[in-house]
Design a protein around this ligand. Structure first.
Ligand SMILES: [Zn+2]
Length: 312
């Protein structure tokens, strides 16, 4: 059975090898191989990866493109062909995680499954992920709380569209805040059918270009500048700190807000879908990580699973 702990990243000890998943700080032990599930800043750290530059780094091609654009200078990047590879005697089977461009869940040696960040809802891009069956499951718990059971996505799409169309016709302008890469590009696809100009904050535009280079089509998009006036504006979620009270916040965290400008559309699964993942995977041991990892582990224990939280 694998040993799993959190130390700078998720450290998996399996068959005398150490596999380090999504490192964000210096790890406690020197890993034999590293895996990065996707290019969100809470799942990688460029200087840590560059310091471990000679240790094989397994990533999807799209995640590698994101990391390269952020300054990755790793010397031993391994991009699995057809999403399968063996490195230093450890096998990696990658599957689409339906979270952002390039995001993957992974099955290691057929024994340990790690979801990374994952979304089970059917979205307007990507495919819903596969449930990985393994003895040991490491599952994200960003929204592993009773507070976060999200409405159906088609209802959330209607809600966002209604709000954006109302704002656009009343004020000639709709302002939306969403995480990029991720929900921002999902919204962009949703708004494409409205046939109005869509202005993107510069980093959202840069991320969107990578999506386009990987086969996604978006029309009528421009970078926000001082001349931009009429249209739909998409800013990263952090930019919402500048909001004047009219913007629309699209994020899972909105589930606990009462204002209709807060819409809980997320690129993560909510509690109910996380639970159904664990149920369908039926592992012997579950480790929870990120967000509400402690509450999620406690809910799982209450359901009879052997579950531990490895998140601080
Ligand atoms: Zn993420």
């Amino acid at each position: 059975m694998a040993l799993v702990r959190y130390c700078g990243g998720i450290e998996v000890s399996l068959s005398n090898k150490i596999i380090l998943l999504d490192p964000v700080k210096k790890p406690c032990s020197k890993p034999d191989v590293i895996f990065v599930s996707h290019a969100h800043r809470d799942h990688y750290n460029i200087s840590v990866l560059n310091r471990l530059r000679n240790i094989p780094l397994v990533v999807s091609r799209e995640t590698y493109e994101f990391l390269k654009s952020k300054g990755l200078k790793h010397k031993n990047v391994v991009i699995p062909e057809e999403d399968y590879v063996e490195v230093n005697g450890v096998s990696f089977e990658l599957h689409d995680a339906n979270h952002i461009l390039g995001s993957r869940e992974v099955l290691i040696n057929g024994e340990v499954a790690y979801t990374g960040d994952i979304c089970f809802e059917r979205r307007n891009m990507f495919k819903p992920p596969k449930v990985l069956k393994a003895n040991t499951l490491i599952i994200e718990a960003t929204y592993g709380s009773r507070l976060y059971i999200f409405p159906q996505r088609k209802l959330l799409y209607k809600w966002v569209l209604k709000k954006v169309i109302n704002d656009y016709y009343e004020k000639d302008k709709a302002v939306v805040y969403a995480r990029s890469p991720g929900v921002a590009q999902e919204l962009l696809k949703l708004f494409s059918k409205l046939r109005v100009d869509i202005y993107l904050y510069k980093t959202v535009y840069e991320h969107t270009k990578l999506y386009m280079e990987n086969g996604f089509k978006f029309e009528n998009i421009k970078v926000v500048d001082s001349e931009s006036s009429n249209g739909i504006f998409i800013y990263p979620i952090w930019y919402g700190k500048n909001d004047d009270g009219n913007g629309i916040f699209v994020t899972g965290w909105a589930a606990v807000e009462k204002d209709e400008r807060f819409i809980p559309l997320s690129s993560h699964s909510g509690l109910n879908t996380l639970l159904s993942y664990v149920h369908n995977s039926s592992p012997e041991k579950v480790y929870t990580v990120y967000g509400f990892a402690r509450e999620f582990a406690s809910i799982l224990k209450g359901l009879g699973y052997e579950a531990s939280c490895i998140w601080i």
